[in-house]
Design a protein around this ligand. Structure first.
Ligand code: DP6
Length: 369
């Protein structure tokens, strides 16, 4: 399959204006994406839990643009104009124009808000780019809708193509965004054991998942809400020529193969070992790139050690993962929710900035509002 599949046929409808609202979740990777080739193609496949409560809601309003030589849009976060968001969106529009040829025909107003605090260190690029891509797909759908009523089968095919294309577009905004459309587990990147997996878009995990992972909990401990010193994009680029890169990409492929068995068998001890190793490997890549950098903070390590102590003392199946920052995602099965929350409140909240944390769990994907 190639990108060509996502270039539309000439549009059959014309519309003057309209508006769509989508809400899209954030996601947390279990096997991490770190390193990419040109055109947002990942160096290795990844898999993530889709979250339930951490979401971005975006309303895209559009009206015909008279002067259509340039992209024309404005962006608002929580009602406030955000010109500093524009360069990222301009780059996104440039990358996706070939697949959405109507982009210069309209002026867009993009109004967005997050359920999690902005500058909480939780990246809004995954949920934000995914919500925007879905809004744009809703516009395209209106431009192509036939008057003939589609059969149920055609409708479902159209629906799944539309989600796939939205994921393809979201990827061009931010790689991990392509895993933020569907629930509850999503794979991105070609992997030999996962049929239908692709470097171009996220795929809803197609195999059996053990009951142990149903409603899996994720409490996000906000350790450091400051701006990251090194962006993910810069970090990904430092994997070019990185001394351990090739071994890391091999390891991620193997970890994903192992994850398929773990998800099927429900082996929580193996899950813990794999997920924690992935998190520490991600940060090890940062510490061993040139230039090197550290995104963990002293409190990140305090929390990790507390989790390890708690596990030793109680036999709990709680574990942690990290994204490209200092915050800690505490992952645990639903049947341990009350014990682990107790532990978090008693022992971990002290290491969070202003005692802040967010309770979340595995979710089911984006919604048209
Ligand atoms: C550590 O998707 O933010 O969270 O493609 O440059 O926008 P860009 O990077 P981004 O990288 C996410 C990296 C990660 C791991 C992951 O989510 O798999």
């Amino acid at each position: 399959m190639t990108e060509k599949k996502f270039i539309p046929k000439p549009y059959s409808n014309s519309i003057e204006n309209g508006s769509f609202t989508w809400s899209s979740p954030s996601n947390i990777a279990l096997v991490k994406y770190w390193g990419k080739k040109e055109h947002q193609i990942p160096e290795n496949p990844s898999i993530s839990f889709t979250l339930n409560n951490c979401k971005t809601t975006t309303t895209l309003s559009f009206s015909k643009n008279k002067n259509n030589n340039n992209f024309s849009f404005e962006v608002f976060l929580d009602g406030e104009k955000k010109d500093d968001f524009k360069p990222k969106i301009e780059t996104f529009f440039k990358r996706i124009e070939a697949y959405l040829p109507f982009l210069k025909d309209y002026h867009f107003k993009i109004e967005t808000s997050n359920t999690f605090p902005h500058s909480s260190g939780i990246a809004s690029s995954a949920s934000g780019m995914s919500a925007l891509a879905l809004c744009l797909m809703s516009v395209e759908k209106q431009l192509t809708t036939n008057t003939a009523v589609p059969s149920a089968e055609e409708e479902s095919q159209n629906e799944s193509f539309s989600i796939q294309k939205a994921s393809f577009l979201a990827r061009l905004g931010s790689g991990s965004a392509c895993r933020s459309l569907e629930g509850d587990l999503v794979v991105w990147g070609k992997h030999k054991d996962i049929q239908g997996s692709s470097d171009l878009f996220g795929l809803k995990y197609p195999y059996q998942v053990h009951q142990n992972f149903k409603n899996y909990q994720d409490t996000i401990l906000l350790v450091d809400k400051g701006e990251k010193q090194v962006s993910s994009t810069v970090g990904h680029n430092l994997m070019h020529g990185h001394p351990f890169a090739q071994e890391r990409f091999k390891q991620a492929n193997k970890n994903l193969s192992d994850m398929v068995s773990i998800l099927k068998d429900g082996d929580l001890d193996k899950f813990i070992a794999l997920v924690e190793s992935e998190a520490l490997t991600l940060h090890a890549m940062m510490m061993t790139s040139m230039p090197y950098f550290i995104l963990m903070k002293p409190n990140t390590l305090e929390i990790i050690n507390k989790i390890w102590d708690f596990r030793k003392e109680t036999d709990s199946k709680v574990c942690f993962t990290l994204d490209a920052g200092a915050n800690v995602h505490v992952l645990y099965p639903e049947n341990e929710a009350s014990e682990v929350l107790h532990f978090i409140q008693n022992e971990l909240v002290a290491f969070c900035q202003n005692g802040q944390y967010i309770n979340d769990k595995i979710g089911f994907g984006a919604k048209l509002l």
